[in-house]
Design a protein around this ligand. Structure first.
Ligand code: KG4
Ligand code: ZN
Length: 385
């Protein structure tokens, strides 16, 4: 088989992203070009993603980004040598998904190439399964991911914890492409909880990185030998559903607990904000790790994948590395037990969509306008075509 070249398109939320990958065997992946345009700055003024504004931006960005992307990939602008176009069809914000789908159908028809619909959450799983081969070279800028990657299949059964702004789910993968959601949040997603707590603390959107920064400062201060004992120690926040007999999560109570704590405190000082951020992060981490550990044991998982925007969080990353060092020890000789995406691939990107598309190349169909639907609530394991 010759090389396959896939163009990935991602527009499910507030990132417009395009990526071109090439592979002969599905294992050695060359990223020919990769671009992400984040709309964070635009949505910051609203304190969250504003779907119609996001849609308008995607509509504007996609055609503007395509020509430079193809040029960087060394492909012709008119009829580029591409085998298929992989596009996110869900889950996500439907107006945004539609822009990606219509764009994909339009160019696929023009170029005469086939289309592969991709589940965004499966994309996040794939983002954890590639490693940069030239890992030790100087890192390219954040919006450039071109280079050589190695894709490795997980050992099955595998367990995936997906933590993002819209989702928190534990997924059992018994074999390739067979996904079963064994637990999920009953209310807010983890990223959403970070964003809401950040807002309560007067921090800008997205809240995850802000809370993480404060929490890390609090940890550094408490470790410092010069540290003065804090005048404030937040009463322990709850660890929601820590001991529930299932794999579900709940984070909205935690946010409410922060709200009550703040009502008691009045106007919080910077130090109090740091303490609360740390306590909140500890509570979230404890629940995520405990539930994952329980599922690893019950299903005798051979691989753990943790992906989604929230795994950019240093503290949560460390906690899963520690878990892998203890739980995963017996597997270490066989290679990697824990798969976490490199920091640049934690947030939404099109490389992960192109990778998922490559894995599903067998399901590609000729482009036909109107064949695909945006599916805002698409779940892992659901059929797409
Ligand atoms: O996967 P993602 O880019 O978009 C969705 O598909 O939702 O995730 C975005 C979420 C946001 O809620 C953001 O606050 C959170 O990921 N996030 C973090 C961090 N960086 C991003 N949460 C905690 N700590 C971080 N460092
Ligand atoms: Zn995402």
């Amino acid at each position: 088989m010759g090389s396959l070249r896939i163009l990935g398109i991602e527009t499910s939320c507030d990132e417009t992203a395009l990526s071109v990958i090439e592979s002969k065997d599905g294992a050695d992946i060359t990223v020919l070009a990769d671009k992400t345009l984040s709309q964070i700055a635009l949505h910051q003024q609203y304190g969250g993603v504003f779907p119609n504004l996001a849609k308008r931006e995607h509509l504007k960005n996609l055609p503007l980004m395509l020509a430079p992307l193809l040029q960087e990939a060394g492909l012709a602008a008119e009829r580029p040598m591409i085998d298929a176009i992989a596009v996110t069809v869900g889950p996500g914000l439907e107006p945004c998904l539609w822009t990606g789908i219509s764009f994909a159908e339009e160019i696929a028809e023009k170029w005469g190439v086939s289309i592969i619909p991709v589940n965004h959450m499966e994309g996040h799983i794939f983002s954890a399964l590639v490693r940069r081969k030239d890992e030790f070279s100087i890192s390219p800028p954040a919006d450039r991911r071109a280079g050589n990657f190695q894709f490795s299949k997980p050992d099955f059964p595998a367990l995936a914890l997906l933590i993002s702004g819209g989702h928190t789910e534990l997924v059992l993968i018994k074999k390739e492409g067979e996904y079963e959601i064994i637990g999920e949040t009953r209310d807010d997603a983890v990223g959403e909880a970070f964003d809401k707590v950040a807002r309560l603390l007067g921090l800008p959107y997205p809240g995850g990185p802000e809370i993480s920064r404060l929490a890390e400062t609090a940890r550094r201060e408490s470790r410092s030998c010069f540290s003065v004992r804090s005048s404030f120690s937040p009463e322990q926040l709850p660890r929601p559903m820590l001991h529930s007999p299932d794999y579900d999560f709940s984070f909205s109570g935690l946010k409410t607990a922060v709200l009550y704590l703040l009502k008691k405190v009045g106007e919080p000082s910077e130090e109090i904000k740091r303490q609360i951020a740390r306590e909140f992060e500890d509570a979230v981490t404890e629940v995520l790790v405990a539930k994952t550990k329980k599922a690893l044991r019950e299903f005798d998982a051979q691989t753990l994948i943790v992906a989604g925007g929230v795994i950019a969080n240093t503290h949560i990353r460390r906690a899963f590395e520690n878990l892998a060092n203890t739980y995963g020890r017996k597997y270490l000789l066989r290679g990697d037990f824990l798969h976490i995406p490199e920091p640049r691939l934690t947030t939404d990107n099109a490389l992960m969509i192109a990778l998922a598309g490559l894995a599903h190349y067998g399901e590609a169909r000729p482009a036909e306008r109107g064949a695909l639907m945006a599916r805002g609530n698409l779940r892992l394991g659901e059929k797409i075509w």
